[in-house]
Design a protein around this ligand. Sequence first.
Ligand code: ZN
Length: 191
Amino acid sequence: MRGDPSARVLVIRGDRAVLAEDGTRLRYRRVQEVPEDALWAFLGRTAAGVPLLLAARAADAPDPDDGAWAPLRVIGGGLDAADAAALVTAVSLGRWLRDSPFCPSCGARTAVSTGGWARTCPDCGREHFPRTDPAVIVAVGSEDGDRLLLGSNALWDANRFSCFAGFVEAGESAEGAVARELARRGRGPAA
Ligand SMILES: [Zn+2]
């Protein structure tokens, strides 16, 4: 896919990407514009059939466009559905590609395979796949439908509130995760 001159590349550094000048779309690059330290994956094709590639760089990798980088959590909500889906996938897959170079079974350095969606161990032969972390976010409303329960966090900006969300723990149901998060948050002065 890197040999296709029409391919578009979404370059990320950690959880950050660059917006195009209008501030609402991601900036994609050509393959030859990507530094050599990137790890690659195939993200799919655009609606027009153009290959879309991921180039995942380290979070602290130097880049000439330094000022324009912004994290997924800040820019994700303003993107259209296609760009948002590409960036969410890119950050999740890219983090795994960068953070998991060694085989958890035998410790050997693995090779990226399956278009960036797996890593294969040359020593023990095991295949390893991207980690996924199930999470839930729920709208807890009043019975009359007029009110919504929101929480805040001491680490957030002032006046920022959210529905309740959390990661599902091992062996837990999604409903159980919601109940646990609400019980835990309900004990503190600020949820
Ligand atoms: Zn191994």
